[in-house]
Design a protein around this ligand. Structure first.
Ligand SMILES: NC(=O)C1=CN([C@@H]2O[C@H](COP(=O)(O)OP(=O)(O)OC[C@H]3O[C@@H](n4cnc5c(N)ncnc54)[C@H](OP(=O)(O)O)[C@@H]3O)[C@@H](O)[C@H]2O)[C@H](O)CC1
Ligand code: K
Length: 469
């Protein structure tokens, strides 16, 4: 089902704290905590039969949620133990929640954790501020089945990084909106099933927060549908530079473009035309010079990079930039450690190795690095990986989790470039084309998950993927 763009918003832990502050103006935090604890309890009883539960409560509001869960599960007759790892501050909401827990508090959770049927991890959530210490990591290591409140403790909600240690949860229940760390790797691997629960915070607050990050799903963008009066020029023309030596990449890009609905695909071949013209009767192979081809005002979108040698990529890219066409740069273009060369390009699609070659090592995290690269080049950056990040020069970021590891096959990137080019040629914006292209590519991979897809198989599934968006 198509989701509302608002439900795809991801909030960093600091934005979430702002939300809490705003929400507290109308609903007391203790009530939000009750709602959060109730939401977790509901999800637990839905999935598990009554069993012995150990709730590990931290000193902050994450711990506060834990005390509520303990109380509600005990009320349902479940055998519950609570361990307080750090006491809540005097007068805090978490302290109030702790007071409402009438049961005992175990002093040595290490004596019970292995024997507990379920461990509720309510140690740290949005307020995680440093690495988990060795006592806590050793304790968590002993847990057999973990349900995490908000996030498994130790996962940085902003980046998905593991701060020292984090348990692998079976279920993670978060509230209002998810965080980037729920979907970025390695964090995503620690969530188990992720459930986002409404705890009565009004979405109106979001307009004050000005979110900049989304999960990449249909709803964030929409792809033009075919119309009765469609004709090839309205569907859009994609022009692809074909390498002189490595000809497979441009052919795959072209194949993908046609399969995902391009009206027309031109290939401008740098070497012999033969291999390109014999690949598909549907490709139009340019006979004119590049300069003449560029004068055709209907040909607004050009793909430069797949299968190109460095010298070829450099020379052609500068000519394309000078012609003011929209360019999607990939592969061959990233052989140069040169950011300047990319200024004037619309979309770049590097994988992590290519990204590092051009922009240098990732110092902080992938989201910040992709944002900076987008600002430096003025291009939408598609940082490809199992958690592809799409970053716009205006600061917007989308995280894609809609993909299969089986997409990691030779030529897969070339097909992605062809898809994005097609959407751009169909009139979508750079940002939307990049986001939608990444999702369609993922969907095509998921459609052939029963096998080990080749890039050609991926390309063949793109039409169906477009219909599913
Ligand atoms: N809107 C909502 O979604 C609501 C969420 N709720 C829950 O509240 C938490 C966030 O609560 P907060 O109190 O801000 O933070 P935490 O409970 O996650 O943790 C803060 C305390 O933990 C200490 N801390 C942090 N990291 C470590 C560490 N590695 N080792 C030891 N102690 C640590 C921190 O200490 P400081 O020295 O940094 O101050 C704090 O004492 C959210 O996750 C939800 O579960 C609410 O229920 C309301 C609605
Ligand atoms: K937690």
């Amino acid at each position: 089902m198509r989701k509302e763009a608002s439900s795809l918003i991801l909030l960093t832990p600091s934005q979430m704290l702002e939300v809490d502050k705003e929400a507290a103006k109308t609903i007391p935090i203790i009530q939000l905590m009750e709602n959060a604890g109730w939401a977790v309890t509901q999800e637990v009883v839905k999935r598990y039969k009554p069993c012995s539960v150990l709730v590990l409560c931290g000193p902050g509001n994450n711990g506060g949620d834990g005390y509520v869960v303990a109380r509600l599960l005990a009320k349902k007759g479940w055998p519950v133990r609570v361990a307080a790892i750090g006491r809540p501050k005097v007068g805090s909401d978490a302290e109030q929640a702790a007071h409402r827990w009438a049961g005992s508090i175990v002093e040595h959770p290490e004596d019970y954790i292995e024997k507990s049927g379920l461990v509720i991890d309510a140690l740290f959530g949005a307020g995680l501020s440093r690495n988990i210490d060795s006592y806590i990591s050793e304790l968590l290591r002993k847990a057999r089945r973990v349900v995490a409140i908000d996030t498994p403790s130790g996962i940085d909600g902003a980046t998905g990084k593991v701060m020292g240690y984090a348990p692998h949860a079976e279920l993670t229940v978060t509230f209002f909106r998810a965080k980037p760390g729920h979907y970025l790797l390695p964090g995503r691997e620690y969530m188990g099933e992720l459930v986002i629960k409404d705890i009565a915070i009004s979405p109106v607050i979001l307009s004050q927060i000005k979110p900049q990050c989304w999960l990449n799903e249909p709803g964030l963008w929409s792809i033009p549908t075919s119309e009765v009066e469609d004709y090839k020029y309205r569907r859009g023309i994609v022009s692809i530079i074909g390498g002189s030596v490595m000809t497979g990449a441009a052919r795959l890009s072209a194949h993908a473009a046609l399969n995902v609905g391009a009206g027309l695909v031109h290939i401008f071949a740098l070497g012999s035309h033969d291999i390109y013209s014999s690949s598909s009767a549907c490709f139009v192979i340019d006979k004119d010079s590049l300069e003449t081809s560029l004068q055709d005002s209907r040909r607004k979108v050009w793909v430069c990079g797949p299968g190109l040698l460095l010298g070829e990529a450099k020379e052609i890219l500068s000519k394309l930039i000078a012609s003011n066409v929209k360019i999607i740069a990939d592969a061959g273009v990233f052989q140069a450690e040169n950011i300047e060369m990319l200024k004037g390009v619309s979309i770049i699609t590097p994988h992590i190795g290519e990204f590092i070659r051009v922009f240098g090592e990732i110092k902080a995290d992938k989201i910040s690095a992709a944002r900076v690269a987008a600002q430096q080049t003025g291009a939408v950056v598609v940082l490809k990986g199992a958690d592809t990040i799409i970053a716009s020069p205006d600061g917007r970021v989308a995280i894609n989790q809609h993909a299969s590891p089986r997409l990691a096959t030779a030529g897969s990137g070339d097909t992605l470039t062809g898809v994005i080019a097609t959407l751009l040629a169909a009139g979508m914006s750079e940002w939307e084309s990049a986001c939608a292209g990444v999702w369609l590519h993922g969907e095509a991979g998921l459609l052939c998950e029963h096998s080990w897809p080749t890039a050609e198989m991926l390309a063949n599934n793109l039409g169906k993927a477009r219909d599913n968006a």
